[in-house]
Design a protein around this ligand. Structure first.
Ligand SMILES: [Zn+2]
Length: 612
């Protein structure tokens, strides 16, 4: 048989060769599979194996598989149960396995081996090539795979249990459960938990100087050990009984080894039994989607291993903040401004609410300073609403039936808003509720209700009875409280500040989240749009005719169905004489209520100063 020609970029790994792979469809190597190949210079034999991982158009098509050559080699050794040979030592020199090249740095060994291959006439071709080599991010030197003994945590035997827990844990939003399922399905080896780095949680293990036994402190000794610098809390080896001292472990844990039990720590595991009893099994895990495979998965794994139960009932997974074009933020691209200055400028509440307003739970949020600025203006609006309402006393609780029909209608609108947001709040997605709350607080409550109730709440010329004035006060405070409580999870600071100032020194976050109130119903609800459009028509009329919004109107007619609003609309628009339907005399200006057309109209008489 013809000798096999092999192209390699790592001739120094000849001594670590474990097999030669050929593609099953490669006609050039018919009959080679199952035979042995002799490794040049080292004179040992390796099997020739058919594998689709050999690429026919790469090099000669025959692939030299060397221990720890690259990730593919590592996998190949694992797949075919080949016995690896370590050719490179941790200090970057060749090991004894390299024979006469032992002790040489890798690059030097490569040079010598090429020379020797040439001398023996075994080198058939040498050419420069471009290849990808993993480099150390800090020193930029090539990274070598070096086999080392490490601590592993068992996980392969927990795969079925983890899948069961993943399927039984409630996810918000449900579609992010798949990240976890996919990850669990890819688990194929146990979890290496020891790391050779300086900064990390120390592994509390000492090794007996006499027999090498790994000894750990007794469980229950709740303290943190640094074995590399302190003596163990025991002086006899439990295995051999020797008192010849111990060598402290120098490695640290993988960062997820202890962050995976941070959830347990927080609820008092092994520290506060009472708290732990109350909290375990009743916690939700809020976190980002990028650490589902790490923080969430390892938390579930370790909690199950420690306690035999799922760590959480519910998991709440948020998306990422991406740039305005939807691209991932990264330092190197320069599209990831630090959030600090924005929080400083617009406020932490605005920043949070911006995130809620921009995307549904679990979806990515496109950052835009302009839109953040818009949210900050809403925060200012909320503050101004509260400041305005704070001018009025908070009356004793009033029965719904004792409120004016308009005030009942306002509470009914509030109830409609609560009915809209409740289903979304129940699945912990505040995106649509935030949009609805902003509309309700700004476009309905501030723009219409405050303007409408202003006259009655001030009652400066005493035209309203004390009872209907109090009704206005009660409703203004009642609705403000609902808005504050409903916004509290999204804008915790401003709502708490207002709430403490006006309603309860203990703060807003001890209050129940508002839910719909069955009693808050009004038959006037069907007229809401007509009322709002009527207000807009009055404002439009004044604006288009250069009449100040504060200026009154001598006489106007509005649709008959709006009779329940008579007193409040008169006060709101400064109408001296308000009629319903169509006027029977001349001198009125007709204003269509709906800009898009429709039959409803206002009829307005111009103020004397601007009479046509
Ligand atoms: Zn011992």
């Amino acid at each position: 048989m013809e000798p096999l020609k092999i192209a390699t970029t790592r001739p120094e790994l000849l001594c670590a060769c474990g097999a030669v792979f050929i593609h099953p469809d490669d006609e050039r190597y018919r009959g080679y599979a199952g035979k042995k190949a002799k490794v040049p210079l080292f004179d040992f034999e390796v099997p020739i194996i058919e594998s689709p991982t050999a690429q026919m158009d790469f090099g000669t098509g025959a692939l030299m598989v060397c221990s720890y050559g690259d990730m593919a080699d590592v996998m190949a050794f694992r797949d075919f149960a080949l016995k690896p040979i370590a050719a490179i030592s941790p200090d970057g020199t060749m090991t004894e396995a390299a024979g006469k090249y032992a002790g040489l740095p890798v690059a030097e060994a490569r040079k010598r081996i090429i020379e020797d291959l040439k001398k023996k006439g075994l080198l058939f071709k040498q050419e420069p090539t471009i290849q990808r080599v993993p480099l150390c991010w800090r020193s930029k030197t090539p990274i070598e795979f070096i086999a080392m003994d490490e601590f592993y945590l068992k996980q392969t035997e927990f795969v079925d249990k983890m899948l069961e827990i993943a399927n039984n844990t409630r996810f918000f939003p449900p579609f992010h459960r798949q990240i976890l399922i996919d990850w669990i399905n890819r688990v194929s080896v146990d979890w290496p938990i020891s790391r050779r780095r300086y900064y990390g949680t120390e592994i509390p293990v000492w090794y007996c100087n006499a027999c090498g036994e790994a000894v750990v402190p007794e469980p229950g000794e709740l303290r943190y050990y640094q074995p590399w610098r302190e003596n163990p809390p025991f002086d006899k080896c439990p295995k051999c009984g020797a008192s010849e001292g111990f060598r402290g472990e120098e490695r640290t844990f993988d960062t997820w080894m202890d962050s995976s039990i941070s959830g347990l720590y927080i609820i008092g595991y092994l520290r506060d039994e009472e708290l732990f009893k109350k909290a375990f099994g009743n916690v939700i895990r809020p976190q980002g989607k990028e650490i589902v495979r790490t923080w969430l998965y390892y938390s579930l794994l370790r909690t199950y291993q420690l306690l035999g139960e799922p760590a959480f009932k519910e998991v709440w997974v948020s998306g990422h903040v991406v740039d305005e074009k939807g691209e991932k933020m990264s330092k190197s691209r320069g599209n990831s401004p630090p959030p600090g200055p924005f929080i400083e400028k617009y406020g932490a509440d605005a920043m949070r609410l911006f995130g809620v307003l921009e995307a549904g739970l679990g979806s990515d949020i496109r950052f835009s300073e302009e839109r953040l600025g818009g949210v900050a203006r809403f925060m200012t609006k909320l503050w101004n609403i509260a400041r305005f309402i704070s001018m009025f006393p908070i009356p004793e609780r009033m029965d719904f039936k004792d409120l004016t029909p308009v005030d009942q209608w306002i509470l009914a609108e509030t109830n409609k808003m609560l009915e809209t947001i409740t289903p979304e709040c129940e699945v912990l997605d505040f995106h649509k509720p935030a949009i609805e709350l902003r509309r309700f607080a700004w476009s309905f409550f501030a723009d219409h209700v405050l303007e409408m109730l202003k006259g009655r709440a001030f009652n400066s010329d005493g035209q309203f009875s004390e009872l209907v004035q109090q009704s206005a006060w009660f409703v203004l405070h009642e609705v403000l409280k609902v808005i504050l409580k409903a916004l509290a999870p999204m804008t915790p600071f401003i709502t708490d500040s207002i709430y403490r100032e006006l309603y309860n020194k203990k703060g807003i976050h001890r209050e129940q989240y508002p839910i719909p109130v069955d009693e808050w119903k009004s038959e006037l609800s069907g007229l809401t749009d007509l009322v709002l459009q009527t207000n807009s028509a009055f404002w439009r009329f004044k604006r288009e005719n250069n009449i100040s919004l504060r200026q009154g109107l001598p006489e106007a007619y509005i649709p008959k169905s709006l009779r329940p609003w008579e007193a409040d609309l008169k006060a709101m628009h400064g109408i001296e004489k308000l009629g319903f339907g169509s006027p029977t005399t001349n001198g009125f200006h007709e204003v269509p209520i709906y800009e898009s057309g429709g039959k409803d109209s206002l009829f307005v008489r111009f103020p004397s100063s601007s009479e046509e």
